[in-house]
Design a protein around this ligand. Structure first.
Ligand code: SF4
Length: 115
């Protein structure tokens, strides 16, 4: 566990009234509530050279985890906003995100406004 996660789990927060930007762990605290927090990360990121049915099976299994995730919208928005190049984020595969970028100039904003 990283230091930031330890602080988050301990309930350490920014002092009230502070004008400092929020700590990074506040901006990403949703990740600790994801359904994948204890899952094997290999489920969400393809090994080198994986193609065809093997990739489809792994992506589908990862998307099944995302389908029951309480932070799926935040995760999807993050994946689109930072253009995560690899992995399943918010139930979207790499191919799903590429198609979203072709359809829209700002697919992350569309996810945010739909939520
Ligand atoms: S949406 Fe999927 S990848 Fe994102 S936090 Fe939830 S389970 Fe993990």
């Amino acid at each position: 566990m990283s230091l930031s996660a330890q602080h988050w789990r301990a309930g350490v927060t920014k002092p009230r009234g502070s004008r400092l930007p929020p700590p990074v762990y506040d901006a990403y605290e949703w990740q600790w509530r994801g359904a994948c927090v204890d899952a094997d990360p290999h489920l969400f990121f393809h090994p080198e050279g994986e193609r065809g049915p093997a990739r489809l099976r792994r992506d589908t299994a990862a998307q099944a985890v995302c389908a029951r995730c309480p932070v799926v919208e935040a995760c999807r928005q993050h994946g689109l906003a930072v253009r995560e190049p690899y992995g399943v984020w918010g139930g979207l595969t790499e191919g799903d995100r590429e198609r979203a970028y072709r359809r829209s100039k700002d697919p992350a904003a569309e996810v945010a406004s739909a939520g």
